[in-house]
Design a protein. Sequence first.
Length: 139
Amino acid sequence: MRHLTRTSALVAAIVLTAATAQAQGAAGATGRAAGQERRAAVQERRADAREKLGQKLKDMTPEERKAALAQAKERREERREERLENATPDQRAWAQAMAAENKRIQEGVKAGTLTRETAAAQLKAWREANPRPKGNGGF
């Protein structure tokens, strides 16, 4: 009788493990689907914002457009500086190295020694060879 109890317990444990794995798999699929939906929604909002911005720029006079673009550039620089202030030392070093590499590649394109396609490939290769460091979310 005791032998049957151990076997029954073993079978019950196997069934329970399989059921748990199946439930976790279903939850993971649901989570992935929700993540994809969130990404799609964010992309759609960004596309709408770009479209609205494009229409606003078209409706502006050249002087207003120039001022608005200068203001946007200034805000982007401020946000970049804030991210650098919050970055870890590794992240700062990576950002500086990335900026230097980007500048070097841009100069090659301006000088005519690189095409835009080769420049993009070089920058992509550099990013793959030098992955962004993980940290406190500053980047």
